[in-house]
Design a protein around this ligand. Structure first.
Ligand SMILES: *Cc1c(COP(=O)(O)O)cnc(C)c1O
Length: 395
C-alpha cells in the first residue's frame, strides 16, 4: 500500500464512538427517531414536498413558542446564527442595542453588535448570575433609550433563569424591540412569546428540543418586521438577511419559495421529528418534566453535600445546574473520570471571570431530563468525589 492510501486509512473505517451520556449544556442526546428522520433520502428545496415540510416546521415552531407570528422560520445555522441575524437585521449604525449582561451570552451579543458598528450599551447585573429586577431594567431603558433590548432567558453559562414578566410591556412603553434568547429555555421553562410581548425569539435544535445542532428556529412579530422594513441601510449580511430567509420560507409571498441558499435539508428533517415528539408529549408537559427533573437532581446533589452557584431556587434553570466545585476537589479530574470511567460528560466553566467561583455546568436537556440519566450521573459523580478524596487522604 502506498503512503497516500495509508494517510486516509482511518477514514475508510466507519465512525464508531462510545455512546456517551451528554449531561452538558448542549448538545443533548438525540432520540433514534430523530436520527432516523435525518437519514431520509434528500429532496430538493424546490420540491413541493419540501415546501410542505417547511410549512409543518413553521407550524411546529409557532406551537413551541406559543405565537401566531407570520414571520416564523428556521435558519440553517446554530443558535449563534440566530443571535447574529437578529442583531444585524434589527439594528444598523446609528441605532442602539442595550444588552443585559449577567453571564456570557449578553457579552457575546454586545461583541457582535460592536463588530457591526452599532451603538452598544452593556448593562451589568449586580453580580454575575444575578437576575435583573424589573425596575433596574426600566431605569436602564429610560436612561439609554435603546432600539433593541437583548435578554437571555435561560443562561447556560451561569444556570440562571431570567424572569421575563413585564419586560415586554416596558419595551413597548419605551419604544424598544425586545429580543429574547430562548436557546436553552424553549422547552425547559414556561415561555409564551405572544403573552410576554416578546418581539423576537430564537432558539436552537440541540438543547431542550433534543434535535440536531445547526438549525435555529426564530420568530418575529409585526413590530420587529416593521423595524427591519424601516432600515436606512441594507442588512450587511446576505446570508443572514431575514427578509430573504423569510421569502425562501414562503412568508413574504404566499405560495412562493424563492431560492436564497440551500437549507440544511436533512437536519431540518431531524428538527421536524424532534418537534413532532414535543407535540406528542405536549410543550407544557416537556417543561414540567424538566422542572420535576430539576427538583430530583438538586435534592440528590444536596444529599451529596454539593451546593449551587445560583442561590435562589426559583432563579435556577430547569435544564442546567451550576454546581459549585468543593474546595478539596479538582474539577477537571472529576470531568475526566466521569468521561473515561462512566462515559458521562458534564460541562466545565464558560465564564472566564476571576470573581466567579468554580462550578460545573450539568445539563439535563430534553432526552436527559429523566430520573435514569440523573441518577446515573449522581452515582458516578459521588464515586468521583469519594475516590478523589480517598486518594488524597492516602497521600
Ligand atoms: C448554546 C447557546 C447558544 C448558542 O447556540 P449554538 O447553537 O452553540 O450557536 C446561545 N444562547 C444560549 C443561551 C445557549 O445556551
Amino acid at each position: 500500500m502506498n503512503k497516500k492510501n495509508k494517510e486516509g486509512q482511518t477514514l475508510m473505517e466507519s465512525l464508531k464512538f462510545h455512546d456517551k451520556l451528554l449531561m452538558i449544556p448542549g448538545p443533548t442526546n438525540i432520540h433514534p427517531r430523530v436520527l432516523k428522520a435525518m437519514s431520509t433520502p434528500i429532496i430538493s428545496m424546490t420540491d413541493k414536498q419540501f415546501f410542505k415540510v417547511m410549512g409543518e416546521i413553521q407550524e411546529g415552531v409557532r406551537y413551541l413558542m406559543k405565537t401566531k407570528n407570520h414571520w416564523t422560520m428556521v435558519l440553517s445555522g446554530t443558535g449563534t446564527s440566530a443571535m447574529e441575524a437578529s442583531i444585524c437585521n434589527l439594528l444598523e449604525p446609528g441605532r442602539r442595542l442595550m444588552s443585559l449582561v449577567s453571564g456570557y451570552w449578553g457579552e457575546r451579543v454586545a461583541n457582535m453588535a460592536e463588530r457591526m458598528n452599532i451603538d452598544t450599551i452593556r448593562v451589568r447585573s449586580r453580580k454575575m448570575g444575578m437576575p435583573f429586577m424589573l425596575h433596574e431594567i426600566e431605569d436602564a431603558l429610560k436612561i439609554n433609550r435603546p432600539d433593541v433590548l437583548y435578554v437571555c432567558h435561560g443562561d447556560s453559562s451561569t444556570g440562571l433563569l431570567q424572569p421575563l414578566e413585564g419586560i415586554g410591556n416596558l419595551c413597548r412603553k419605551y419604544d424598544c424591540i425586545l429580543l429574547v434568547d430562548g436557546v436553552v429555555s424553549l422547552g425547559s421553562a414556561p415561555l409564551n412569546m405572544d403573552q410576554l410581548n416578546i418581539d423576537v425569539l430564537y432558539s436552537a435544535g440541540q438543547k431542550a428540543l433534543s434535535g440536531p445542532p445547526g438549525v435555529a428556529p426564530i420568530s418575529l412579530n409585526d413590530r420587529a418586521v416593521e423595524k427591519i422594513r424601516t432600515r436606512k441601510t441594507s442588512v450587511p449580511s446576505f446570508y443572514m438577511d431575514l427578509t430573504l430567509v423569510a421569502r425562501s420560507w414562503g412568508i413574504v409571498e404566499h405560495g412562493k419559495f424563492p431560492y436564497h441558499y440551500t437549507p440544511a435539508i436533512n437536519t431540518l428533517f431531524g428538527l421536524r421529528e424532534a418537534i413532532a415528539m414535543v407535540i406528542e408529549e405536549g410543550i407544557d408537559q416537556l417543561v414540567r418534566r424538566h422542572q420535576k427533573s430539576q427538583i430530583l437532581f438538586e435534592s440528590m446533589l444536596q444529599q451529596m453535600g454539593l451546593s449551587f452557584y445560583i442561590n435562589q431556587a426559583n432563579h435556577r434553570l430547569s435544564a442546567i445546574i451550576s454546581v459549585l466545585v468543593p474546595n478539596d476537589i479538582d474539577a477537571v479530574r472529576v470531568m475526566r473520570y466521569l468521561d473515561e470511567e462512566h462515559k458521562i460528560l458534564i460541562g466545565g466553566p464558560l465564564l472566564v471571570d476571576s470573581n466567579v467561583p468554580k462550578f460545573w455546568r450539568i445539563g439535563f436537556l430534553g432526552t436527559n431530563a429523566n430520573p435514569k440519566s440523573i441518577s446515573r450521573t449522581c452515582q458516578a459523580l459521588s464515586k468521583a468525589l469519594s475516590e478523589q478524596r480517598a486518594l488524597k487522604s492516602r497521600l
